[in-house]
Each structure stands twice: as structure tokens, then as C-alpha cells.
Design a protein around this ligand. Sequence first.
Ligand code: FEO
Length: 186
Amino acid sequence: MLSEKMNEALNAQANRELYSSYLYLSMSYYFESTGMTGFASWMRVQAGEELVHTMKMLDYVANSGGRAKMMAVEAPQLSWASPMQAFQHVWNHERMVTGLIHALVRVAESESDEGTKRFLQWYLEEQVEEEESSDRVLKIVQAAGSESSALKAADKELGQRRFKFPSGFEIFPYSAIPTTIGSLKK
Ligand code: FEO
């Protein structure tokens, strides 16, 4: 059973994960509007991953005796001065999220909640990957600079990215969620 404080902290982080999805979707449609469909596709996959992060966390809350609550999602930025600026934004954003996950682990520690601490290990590992990947793509886009043919090549390369559910987790259908708690919660 989650403490009230842990429940709220997890719901707040799920909201930040959903905001991340919204932010990357905003970047995706920004790139789509500029004709850079490879970058748009990369961001779309990233938005999908963030939706998985959101629902995985909310499912954990729901299956741990807590209550998953939806809150207002902040409106993201709509456009960027250049591809490099957008990918720099991704880089900064992922480092900020890593800090949020560490703060969440500290809440679990202060609540003596070993189960949640173990659950958050997946997010810590995921953040290592997210930081590596944002670092890699930023370097590719930085190397392309503003040179049109180099940017087109980078756009093509990043467009190869494909979405994959993390092992053991799918968000559809709902029945994939273990119903160990059973009854409906208010
Ligand atoms: Fe879910 Fe990219 O942090």
C-alpha cells in the first residue's frame, strides 16, 4: 500500500512524463511543418516512449493500492529556432527528468518504501539510456550544422528509429495490467 505522499509524488511524476510526451509530440509536428519528416518521426517515437513511461507509472500506482489521478498538462513550446535548438532542448529536458527520478527515489527512501524504490530502478536505467540517446542525436544534428545536405542526411538517419515496447510491458489492452488489487478504488 502506497503512502499518501508516495502516491502524490508518483502521480506528479506521471504528469511530468505525460508532459514529456506532449513536448516531443510538439517537436514532432514542428519538424513535420518544416518538411523534416525524419526528425519528426524520431520525436514521435520519443513521444510514444514517454506515454509508456506515464502509463507504466500510473499502472504501478493503481496496482499498489493507490489512486492514479490525471492532472492538467502544461502546454509545451510550439517552435524552435533550428533543429539544433530543438535537440538541445531534448538533451536539457532529459537531464532534468533524471533529476526528478532521483528526487522520487529520495521520497521512496523517506517513506521506507522498498517496493517503490525497486520499481523506480527501471526508470533510473531508462534515464541512462535516454541521456545517451539524446547526447548521440544532438551530436549528429550539431555536426550537420545548418548545411542543407548534411541536415537532410541527419534527418534520414534519425528517421530510421522505430518504436518498441519495453520487455514485459504493453499499454494495450487494459487487461494486460495485473489486477492484483481487484476492486475499484475511489
Ligand atoms: Fe520519461 Fe524521457 O523521461
